[in-house]
Design a protein. Structure first.
Length: 249
């Protein structure tokens, strides 16, 4: 089988930064065990909750460089990850409160502010890793109109939301299908994410590209780690670990 015919698995660790260093280490070790190496992406938060600035964490920046050298694709993942904007409009306000627990940083930003945070985040991440960032992924996968407009002008190679991966330069969709991910915030969310992952292990088999995303909070819940392991084993029985950049070629 030619490589391009093989079904692909794209694995990512969200919320990478000094705030969650030990959790990210554990997730990277665990996933690398399944993948036979660091064949994964990391989503880097430049200043998580305004409490963990990458700019003042030289040891962590060096660690990012080491991971990038080892082949990890590095995405810019918002700026603070927190939604500090006031939402005009009932729908945006509802989404911000109920879908994201206040983590939808790019849902309510205007284009100028979204572009400013994208550019500053990219500068920090690229300075740390010594190469171009793989793309931009908004916190909680939520993009408002301003964020979409900013993506069209900031020149990132790739972006994704919960349902697709696309190329911001022309809007072309490069992969479709829901991300398999887990939520650790509450018992209800833990149970529903376990249920969805079990369904996805069967139901998403036809997808040519399957995306799996893990978060630092997953490391606190043994049942989630178990579900992540099962999902990785099941996916890798039928797929090869790939890179987001493969979608561009
Ligand atoms: Zn995130």
């Amino acid at each position: 089988m030619r490589h391009s015919d093989a079904k692909r698995l794209l694995v990512s660790i969200h919320d990478v930064g000094p705030m969650f260093e030990s959790e990210v280490d554990r997730l990277a070790d665990r996933l690398a065990g399944h993948l036979g190496g660091l064949r994964l992406a990391m989503l880097v938060v430049p200043d998580h909750w305004h409490q963990a600035p990458l700019s003042r964490a030289p040891a962590f920046r060096a660690k990012l460089r080491g991971w990038a050298d080892a082949g990890v694709e590095m995405f810019v993942h918002g700026w603070s990850h927190r939604d500090d904007s006031r939402h005009a409009g009932a729908v945006a306000g509802f989404k911000a409160r109920h879908m994201t627990a206040g983590e939808g940083e790019f849902l309510g930003l205007d284009a100028a502010e979204a572009a400013r945070r994208m550019r500053e985040g990219r500068a920090l991440v690229e300075d740390a890793i010594g190469r171009p960032a793989a793309g931009f992924i908004a916190p909680a996968w939520l993009y408002g109109e301003g964020a979409h407009a900013a993506l069209a002008e900031t020149g990132f190679a790739l972006a994704e939301d919960h349902m697709r991966v696309w190329r911001p330069s022309d809007g072309a969709t490069l992969a479709r299908g829901p991300v398999v991910t887990w939520a650790s915030r509450s018992r209800g969310r833990i149970l529903s994410s376990l249920f969805f992952a079990a369904l996805a292990r069967q139901g998403l088999k036809p997808l040519s590209t399957l995306r799996v995303a893990v978060h630092p909070g997953d490391t606190r819940i043994p049942a989630l780690l178990d579900s992540i392991d099962r999902t990785m084993r099941s996916a890798l029985a039928a797929r090869q670990a790939g890179r987001y950049a493969d979608l561009l070629t």
